[in-house]
Design a protein around this ligand. Sequence first.
Ligand code: NAD
Ligand code: UGA
Length: 500
Amino acid sequence: PPKRITKVCCVGAGYVGGPTSAVMAIKNPQIQVTVVDYDAKRIAAWQSDNLPIFEPGLLGVVKPARDGIPNNRAPNLFFSTDVDRCIAEAELILLSVNTPTKMLGQGAGHASELCYLESAVRKIGEVAESSKIIVEKSTVPCRAAETLRDVLRATGKPGVDFEILSNPEFLAEGTAIQNLLEPDRVLIGSLNTPQGLEAARALAAIYTSWVDAERIITINLYSSELAKLAANALLAQRISSINALSAMCEAVGADIDEVSFAVGLDKRIGSRMLKASVGFGGSCFRKDILSLAYIAESLHLFEVAEYWRSVININEYQKDRFTRRIVRCLFNSLSNKSLAILGFAYKKNTGDTRETAAITVINNLLAEGANVRVYDPQVKESQIRRDLEGSSASPHLVRDKLTVWSSTYEACAGADAVVILTEWDEFSNKSAAAAAAGDHVQDARNGARTEEEAANGPMSWKRVSQIMRKPMYVFDGRNVVDPAPLEALGFRVESVGKSR
Ligand code: NAD
Ligand code: UGA
């Protein structure tokens, strides 16, 4: 039988560490799971009702007990800043620290920054008095495990053994809890040695509490590391492919939603991750593709590197193309015009803004002289200002020309155009079912709703039409609105991959 783990420590209390540990603890009442982070504010937030991240269903699994109100948190789940003690006590350590793009020195702007991972592993070497299984949950470059093993060999105490596993995480923000509860697969990579295989069995036993055994895949350590980068690269590649086709649709009078629908019916292609947009964002797609391309380049595989970089190039092109279309439609000048931006997060159901297309688009619009009025249901004004000022060539434009509002109607008051950058349900005028399916074609064909109903989704587009300057434009960067009912209200609607 596999070694029975009783204490798990997860290093890094972020988007991955928090939700993953919560689900692991709920499903394994016999295991004590402690999430540690040196960021005391973040740990305090995890202890409160004001969680550090917005994620549907998250409070349902981590809410602490307070004032006699029962908790939703497993009694075996803890959050702590006492990194040393928790590492020393654990038999299995999940590393879920950040691995962003390197900003300094060799490989800056391309390679993954492994300093957070290295410092966590040095800490393990320093404080461990007993043998540990160390799990790479963070996304890492190929053969990172070998580097970590070197560090541990040099820093660990005699007689203390470390076995390194790769167990990449595939959750997507906005659906993290559901993805964790019902993963398509759990990947466990190990060395093909008796110790490596035994460690893999011990980790697999934890997942077996809620994941079918046939979905738990044990493979070679380095295949597992590469499979994570490959999955993200392939997912992003589908979006760039459909976005590249969206430019053609606009030119030839085709409709990208119909094209996606048609190609997605081919089971070999499948319908998911084929939604045209203003461009993908999020903390991982860009950094992981840059990392993959950098690895290819360092292996002298220049054509391979160029292939994957083209996925990022199309994404940049798509964001710029969207801005150019806005300028062109608004008579080639944004001076003295106001644009209402609906949505700042990189996708719906998250407050995360890392690499959001909104940053590029808004900076472009400010540089054209526009007044920009932003509303997002989850992102705080301070975050929006930090993101824009930190990335703008002219931060004074952000200070002088950008305002942040707490409702759609405030943002749209007096605006010349509405620009939808995140697909929050409240911006859509489609039926809930069609919006959830992301399927415009289906919506257009069910046709059961009256025009009045169709024009009034969760937000009232009629009310918006009464408070905007004329002529009124909607630039739909997510294809969440059905144009016909809005056009009946007097809007001119420009959707991605559709020509009017
Ligand atoms: P995050 O920035 O939200 O969280 C990382 C946390 O690690 C931070 O709170 C930071 O303070 C902490 N940390 C860093 N170094 C530490 C150390 N030495 N000791 C203690 N704490 C330390 O990052 P994230 O979004 O959770 O991503 C983590 C990893 O998971 C990345 O490699 C990412 O590529 C990968 N990943 C992320 C997602 C996602 O949806 N965000 C999904 C799959 C995989
Ligand atoms: C993505 C992957 O889907 C996860 O499997 C992976 O674990 C994660 O990256 C990671 O490694 O961090 P995430 O970035 O949270 O998850 O969200 P996605 O749903 O993949 O969306 C990424 C971006 O692509 C968003 O901006 C989204 O709006 C955009 N997108 C997505 C499209 O433009 N079209 C689509 O069809 C799908």
